[in-house]
Write a protein that binds this ligand. Structure first.
Ligand code: NAD
Ligand code: TYD
Length: 342
């Protein structure tokens, strides 16, 4: 078994592509199999700079299809030391409209990968999860890894369910598994349905900026590279059965974030529209990451203002990346969701 042989599920997505890039720069000899179904959110262009990386293989594969996953592994012909699961349906608003694919990919897909791992001696499974499994906070305090799981949306319920499966496979079958839970990510290559890229693209083209409710909901923003450094540390050094929170120490209200973006791009705060709220909209997320700091020596390095400013520059300079993906499926969802909020 090669020491650094890794199956990355969801490697063509936002975080998965940054994770593969980090893995290859930390371990240039790593052998990686990227399993990705290439849904609307999966984009091979996210890995265009690594097209010739010798250790990187790709298979278009549905993680909820056990036969497809098994044949991809057989064709790769390498025994993985790690399986890192970043494949998921990830957009809360879509989960409100069409929850079924969230259950299929996030729950059944995780189950399929866990079962696969059960047959591979010495493998470690890493489940990339989210602070949203803990539910919503009031004005004070933050979640630690022992906080109860109280998900509010179909998305977060599916992620909490998959975390439970990982725990059970660890306890029941002794599978070596680690769960990571991060706060809201931002950075280059994020699909423009999420708050920050959506607001950047709308502000730069003079479109309305739809803020849910009164904009007072709070998210703790973490740069995607800081998150990936945490996943890699948990993968290599985390305790078997361990859960690690990764927060960005950058709590902002949505209105603060949107104002910062508009001010930097065009100054037209009059583009902001307060629209009817998302149902079950969690009010605030905040994470206590002290376990990751003490056990993994991790801490977030990127200051939010700096990271946001670089992210804005990236989107403004890379319309060749985002123009082709603002197509059929995305426009259909956008019309259905935001059309109902006019
Ligand atoms: P993303 O939507 O950008 O990418 C998801 C990837 O999974 C895509 O490449 C897609 O093609 C692939 N995929 C979807 N269904 C699949 C299936 N059935 N089989 C194989 N591949 C499939 O998501 P992201 O933002 O990169 O999130 C990655 C992981 O991190 C998810 O598990 C998410 O829950 C978690 N997470 C995300 C955030 C965030 O702020 N984005 C925060 C915490 C945790
Ligand atoms: P989002 O990026 O969808 O992440 P999540 O829901 O997983 O936290 O949204 C971040 C915050 O921004 C969330 O409080 C909802 C809010 N939001 C808006 O106000 N308007 C929008 O158009 C979107 C997409 C999100």
């Amino acid at each position: 078994m090669s020491e650094m042989s890794v199956v990355v599920a969801g490697g063509c997505g936002f975080i998965g592509s940054h994770f593969i890039r980090l893995l290859l720069s930390a371990c240039p000899d790593a052998r990686i199999l990227n399993l990705d179904l290439l849904t609307y959110a999966g984009n091979p262009a996210n890995l265009a700079d690594l097209a010739t990386a010798p250790g990187l293989a790709f298979s278009r594969c549905d993680i909820a299809d056990p036969d497809a996953v098994r044949s991809a592994l057989t064709a790769w012909n390498v025994t993985p030391r790690y399986v890192v699961n970043l494949a998921a349906e990830t957009h809360v608003d879509r989960s409100v409209l069409e929850p079924e694919s969230f259950l299929r990919t996030n729950v059944l897909g995780t189950y399929t990968l866990l079962e696969l791992c059960r047959g591979i001696p010495g493998v470690r499974f890493v489940q990339v999860s989210t602070d949203e499994v803990y539910g919503s906070l009031g004005g004070a305090g933050c979640f630690n890894e022992d906080s109860p799981l109280l998900p509010s949306s179909p998305y977060s319920a599916s992620k909490a369910s998959s975390d439970m499966l990982v725990r059970a496979w660890h306890k029941t079958y002794g599978l070596d598994a680690v769960i990571t839970r991060s706060s809201n990510n931002y950075g280059p290559n994020q699909f423009p349905e999420k708050l920050i890229p959506l607001m950047i693209l709308h502000a730069s083209s003079g479109q309305e900026l739809p803020v849910y409710g009164d904009g007072s909901n709070v998210r703790d923003w973490i740069h995607v590279v800081d998150h990936c450094v945490g996943i890699l540390a948990a993968m290599r050094q985390g305790r078997a059965g361990g859960i690690y929170n990764f927060g960005g120490d950058s709590e902002r209200t949505n209105l603060q974030v949107v104002n910062s973006i508009v001010d930097r791009i065009c100054g037209h705060r009059d583009l902001i529209r307060f629209v009817p709220d998302r149902p079950a909209h969690d009010w605030r997320y905040a994470l206590d990451s002290s376990r990751a700091r003490s056990e993994l020596g991790w801490r977030p390095e990127v200051r939010f203002e700096q990271g946001l400013s670089e992210t804005i520059d990236w989107y403004l300079a890379n319309d060749a990346w985002w123009r082709p993906i603002l197509t059929g499926e995305y426009l259909r969802f956008r019309e259905q969701w935001y059309g109902a909020r006019r």
